[in-house]
Design a binder for this molecule. Structure first.
Ligand code: SAH
Length: 280
């Protein structure tokens, strides 16, 4: 099959733009995504997940549809049909389109129909959850790795990706789609070596105006705390040795702003200390 990126001649049919709508706050869409909606002839959004407010940028006369009751075939069919009528068609995806969405499943039939496809990234709910709680996923000499994962649901986990195996890395882990399985998440983290007092963060509806809830706990009590707050959907579970660092008296600071180090943009203002010189 010829790749549609090379088919400039087909440009008279419209382009379907998969746009990351962001995590919920309609202001967290990118400027590029908003501009595309503002000139779209048709917009398809997933009403069960995407804040409908994101469609408020659409021009008068724009065809706006909710995909929540559509099958995959109907979604692809709708997009192909609209691309035949409009230059710009937008498929709004929650957060970033590259994470736990149906991007590839929908792009394949569009490719087969010769419809041009482009993707605009979005703010993932993982990032919005960190922002909500004023947390950093990475801290020098503590953790420099972030895992995005989920528990097995109807979608099984591939070999080697079970949470207890991933948990052994001890790095930051963002767990999507798993709040109803929080008990199992806790058991897997424990099996992966996390201590009972390890901090765990759950953010429900991160960035949704007036609906966001932040629950902090430990491996031992996070499940009960989430039950108390009745959090049963749309939540990010974050396990990380960096959680709560805002309140720590001692912090290993980034080398980038360390007065002892010289790098591309700044000369050291005090002599280098005992630690080896690095740039970041
Ligand atoms: N592509 C999306 C993820 C879609 S999967 C993204 O990048 O964020 C849906 C899961 O994402 C939910 O089960 C939940 O775990 C998480 N999620 C989506 N929106 C959220 C929000 N506003 N706050 C917390 N978690 C959210």
């Amino acid at each position: 099959m010829p790749h549609p990126d090379n088919l400039a001649a087909r440009c008279e049919a419209g382009t379907v733009w998969f746009v990351g709508a962001g995590p919920g706050d309609p202001d967290l869409i990118t400027v590029k995504g908003r501009d595309l909606i503002a000139r779209a002839g048709a917009v398809l959004f997933a009403g069960s997940l995407v804040n409908k407010a994101a469609t408020r940028w659409a021009p008068a006369g724009c065809t706006i549809a909710d995909s929540k009751d559509m099958t995959l075939e109907q979604i692809a069919g709708w997009l192909v049909e609209q691309a035949g009528q409009h230059e710009t068609v937008v498929r709004l995806q929650t957060g970033d389109p590259a994470l736990y969405g149906t991007l590839i499943e929908v792009v394949q039939p569009l490719d087969a129909a010769g419809v041009l496809v482009r993707v605009v990234p979005g703010v993932s709910s993982a990032m919005a959850s960190a922002a909500a709680a004023v947390e950093s996923f990475t801290l020098p000499e503590l953790t420099q790795t972030v895992i995005f994962t989920r528990m097995a649901g109807r979608t099984p986990m591939p070999a080697g990706e079970s949470l207890d195996a991933l948990a052994r890395h001890g790095c930051t882990i963002c767990i999507f789609l798993s709040i109803t399985l929080l008990g199992q998440v806790v058991r897997d983290l424990r099996a992966g070596g996390w201590a009972e007092d390890a901090p765990i963060l759950v953010v429900h509806k991160a960035s949704w105006p007036g609906e966001e809830k932040i629950v902090r706990g430990t491996l031992a009590d996070i499940a009960q705390r989430c039950r108390d707050e009745r959090i049963v959907s749309q939540a990010m579970i974050i396990a990380s040795p960096a959680l709560g660092a805002r309140d720590w008296p001692e912090l290993t600071k980034s080398k980038l702003y360390d007065a002892r180090f010289t790098h591309r943009f700044r000369r050291a203002s005090v002599p280098p200390g005992p630690t080896p010189e690095t740039t970041t």
